[in-house]
Design a binder for this molecule. Structure first.
Ligand code: DX5
Ligand code: ZN
Length: 217
């Protein structure tokens, strides 16, 4: 589909060859680069932070779709803006004052996104939906790549698409976890527009071709 957004997740990339992985993605049909930031507190895993994003920024003009799996993200909003994030996604479950966090992200010139864990209903976003640029629905429990897609995601997407209409929201519905060419068309049919794929891309023998497949399936 013409305006389908593909956001490969670098979590499954070769971290010792990040520059060449990014150069590969630059040549691909990827629209965004999905960067997974984990703090070992919100999720049981640790990845990388601002200094790495800053270095990556030098090698790509693609949109950096930064997924924060960290507690109290307000502390670092400015730092992620300076590092080069274009879209900053925080977790609903990690923000006590979500409205304030969303405004803070926008004040720093970034697009604002909120992510929902699999157990969190979409209705919790009803009062902020009109302010959001992206809603990232987790289709696995955050923390690791390569997990099995949770089927309940389809009904969450449909519900969110309805809620968007009611609230006059233009937020892009993005799906993260277990996405492949078999699942993607069904997610899109349910109402999703952007798709993260980690292991499906990087564990394939030809990631560039795989990204094209995701774009056109
Ligand atoms: C998981 C991350 C995902 C992860 C997806 O916590 O948020 O972005 O990289 O990986 P796959 O596509 O392998 O499920
Ligand atoms: Zn992610």
């Amino acid at each position: 589909m013409e305006n389908r957004i593909i956001s490969p997740s670098l979590l499954a990339a070769d971290f010792t060859n990040l520059q060449s992985e990014i150069e590969m993605l630059n040549k691909s049909d990827a629209d965004w680069l999905h960067l997974d930031i984990m703090d070992g507190v919100f999720v049981p895993n640790i990845t990388f932070g601002m200094p790495v994003i800053k270095q990556m920024r030098k090698h790509s003009d693609k949109i950096f779709d930064v997924h924060l799996m960290i507690v109290n993200p307000d502390r670092f909003v400015e730092d992620f803006a300076k590092a080069g994030a274009d879209i900053l996604v925080v977790h609903y479950e990690a923000c006590t004052h979500l409205h304030r966090t969303i405004q803070l992200i926008k004040q720093h010139g970034m697009k604002a996104g909120v992510s929902l864990n699999p157990h969190t209903p979409v209705s919790v976003l009803s009062e902020v939906l009109a302010d959001l640029d992206v809603v990232l629905i987790m289709s696995v429990n955050p923390g690791f790549g390569g997990q099995k897609f949770i089927e309940n995601t389809y009904s969450k997407i449909k519900e969110l698409a309805e809620l968007k209409k009611v609230k006059g929201s233009n937020a892009i519905i993005e799906i993260d976890g277990g996405v492949n060419t078999e699942i993607l068309p069904k997610l899109e049919k349910a109402g999703a527009q952007a798709f993260v794929a980690g292991s499906f891309v990087f564990n394939s023998s030809n990631p560039i071709e795989t990204i094209t497949d995701l774009k056109n399936c």
